[in-house]
Design a binder for this molecule. Structure first.
Ligand SMILES: [Zn+2]
Length: 474
């Protein structure tokens, strides 16, 4: 069966195209690269009735850019959860520039800017935008996701386990808040900790409740997002997973705690994967794609090679791209581009610039003996062989395939072993580019995927969820 992917989700424009060649990547990034704003994803049940009745939880990830457990957990809620009753609003990338640059805070600590802030501060707008969202009358509960050092423990045990560490706890600013439904912060935090503790990977990783007693003169905490929420009469909790763990384990604990809060406020949900470290790792990397120029080009980025060369981008135009994951960004890097997911550089795209041809948007192919019309920007699963039908005015270039004396590779039956593995876009040597040109102009690209018959459950889930994905955005 033909499986088609559609990108519809996050878009951006690289504005510094014109001056790229004369500037280094970092200068370009600071001066003319549009620092991406955080995104807001409103997830709710399809039934209006359930939306209205249900509570609304606001989840915030990435307030500090170097805490991937938190922002990956938030991102997974967007990409891999289905909300069946109630509402979940997610900001998975609050400090997006710092996430991209793997810095705690490019402009200082964003979580110390919620009290007073100079209007000249580069993050003034970000702060106002998130404050407005927190104060929205619909929001019933706020969760701020962090990765903290070591292990918060009530008594001093050693350097990594003591009252001054932050890992493995639920943070509250005080015991209660004036809220009609959820006034008892201690009880809710304790319940979340208890529920996490029923599913510990190792017993010494248990969660505690950490009351910072902010109102009693804790000046640092008075500048934070959760305290701003409390002042606005919103129940608010910090969730801290330990930086002593790798990202999937941190994410595991975040999701356990988040799901406890969902249960406590009556939000029903479905998740596309099992809560194990292995499945979480898979889910984080699942289905990461970028499309350029209205999907003339689509690249599958998970497992991509470190460097992808001669990507046919459009000459003399801003580079328009679309990504399907809220942690993705594309940033200029020298004369090329880095594709970023969270703190990780997934691949490096080295462009070759072409004028574009818009005379066709699909090609005719024979995939495993079945004729198909295939639009540009698709990934086509192939079991054994494919062929691109001959076109009058267009030429076919299968990257990694050459036959002497052949400048147009249409009409040739191509099997996997005939394409040089090192030209695949994925590390495993399974996904190849088929590019179409009209004279010297680039018309479009499709990908053929020789691994696609080994479908994982995740891929099927991903396909189903892409149908819903547009609903989550506003
Ligand atoms: Zn933090």
């Amino acid at each position: 069966m033909l499986k088609l992917y559609k990108l519809s989700v996050f878009t951006g424009i690289l504005v510094c195209f014109g001056i790229l060649s004369s500037l280094s990547g970092s200068i370009c990034l600071a001066d003319s690269f549009q620092s991406p704003d955080f995104s807001i994803h409103k997830l709710s049940s399809p039934s209006l009735e359930n939306q209205k009745q249900g509570r609304t939880v606001l989840i915030i990830g990435g307030i500090q850019g170097d805490e991937p457990g938190g922002f990956n957990a938030a991102s997974l809620i967007v990409t891999q959860y289905k909300i069946l009753s109630g509402n979940v609003w997610v900001v998975p990338n609050l400090n997006f520039l710092s996430i991209i640059k793997r810095s705690r805070g490019v402009y200082g600590d964003l979580n110390r800017k919620f009290d007073k802030l100079d209007p000249g501060d580069p993050e003034f707008k970000t702060i106002n935008r998130i404050k407005k969202l927190i104060a929205d009358p619909k929001v019933d509960l706020v969760l701020n996701l962090h990765d903290g050092s070591g292990f918060f423990r009530n008594q001093y045990i050693d350097k990594m386990q003591n009252p001054n560490r932050w890992g493995q706890c639920i943070i509250i600013d005080q015991k209660t808040v004036k809220h009609d439904a959820f006034p008892n912060l201690t009880r809710m935090a304790q319940k979340a900790a208890d529920q996490v503790n029923q599913h510990l990977i190792k017993s010494e990783e248990h969660f505690l409740v950490n009351n910072t007693q902010t109102a009693r003169g804790n000046n640092e905490m008075a500048k934070t997002l959760t305290w701003f929420s409390i002042k606005n009469k919103k129940p608010a909790f910090g969730i801290e997973a330990s930086k002593s763990f790798l990202t999937p384990k941190r994410t595991y604990y975040h999701l356990r705690a988040i799901e406890s809060f969902f249960n406590q406020v009556g939000i029903k949900f479905e998740r596309n994967f099992k809560l194990t470290q292995k499945q979480i790792k898979k889910a984080i990397d699942d289905d990461i794609q970028v499309a350029f120029n209205n999907s003339k080009i689509l690249l599958k980025i998970e497992n991509a090679r470190k460097q992808l060369n001669y990507i046919p981008l459009r000459k003399n135009y801003d580079i328009e791209f679309t990504v399907n994951n809220p942690l993705m960004a594309i940033i200029p890097s020298g004369n090329a581009f880095s594709v970023i997911h969270g703190n990780r550089r997934m691949t490096h795209l080295s462009p070759q610039y072409f004028d574009y041809d818009f005379s066709i948007d699909a090609i005719k192919m024979i995939i495993d003996d079945t004729p198909q019309t295939v639009s540009f920007g698709q990934i086509i699963p192939v079991k054994n062989s494919f062929l691109v039908q001959h076109m009058k005015e267009h030429r076919v270039n299968i990257i990694g395939f050459t036959r002497k004396g052949l400048s147009n590779e249409s009409g040739v039956i191509i099997k996997k072993e005939q394409v040089l593995k090192k030209y695949s876009i994925d590390k495993k040597g399974s996904i190849f580019r088929v590019e179409i040109y009209k004279e010297k102009k680039f018309s479009g690209m499709i990908l053929v995927d020789f691994s696609a018959n080994k479908d994982s459950d995740l891929k099927i889930a991903a396909k189903n969820r892409l149908v819903d994905q547009s609903k989550k955005l506003f």
